[in-house]
Write a protein that binds this ligand. Structure first.
Ligand code: 5GP
Ligand code: ZN
Length: 121
């Protein structure tokens, strides 16, 4: 399958891996948008949030738990962080293997879209 993140799972493409177990891998984003920016991915190939099956719900919840553990380990859990799943084109998804962005180390802007500017911020 021609999926970038499956290739990282298989070790065919290198990544700066922060954590891995039998269900998930966490690695640094190649183009960080915050002082800390990592991606939590399942080893299982699921293209988008729209493809999550009932039996995947525990796995997706586990991805969030792993993200909070990584935030704790890197010292920004208490200050807080942003965790984001982008879905399809309007969500800004570019890699079609679900991934949870974990961004920390600075205050994040909100909301992500301003009606007045009609542009992402
Ligand atoms: P999306 O836009 O799909 O929500 O997020 C995809 C993320 O994957 C982007 O933040 C992008 O920087 C990151 N990314 C794309 N290619 C690679 C890669 O080869 N290695 C790593 N570590 N991150 C990547
Ligand atoms: Zn994949």
């Amino acid at each position: 399958m021609d999926c970038l993140f499956c290739k990282i799972v298989e070790g065919e493409i290198p990544a700066d891996i922060l954590y891995q177990d039998e269900k998930v891998i966490v690695f640094r984003d190649i183009n960080p948008q915050a002082p800390f920016h990592a991606l939590v991915i399942p080893r299982q190939h699921i293209p988008t949030l729209n493809d999550i099956a009932d039996e995947d719900c525990e796995l997706v919840g586990y991805m969030l738990k792993v993200a909070s553990d990584v935030a704790e380990e890197h010292g920004f859990a208490e200050d807080g962080y942003r965790s984001v799943f982008n879905c399809n084109s309007h969500g800004g998804q570019t890699v079609y293997h679900i991934h949870l962005h974990l961004l920390g180390g600075k205050p994040m802007g909100w909301p992500p879209y301003q009606e007045k500017l009609k542009t992402p911020v």
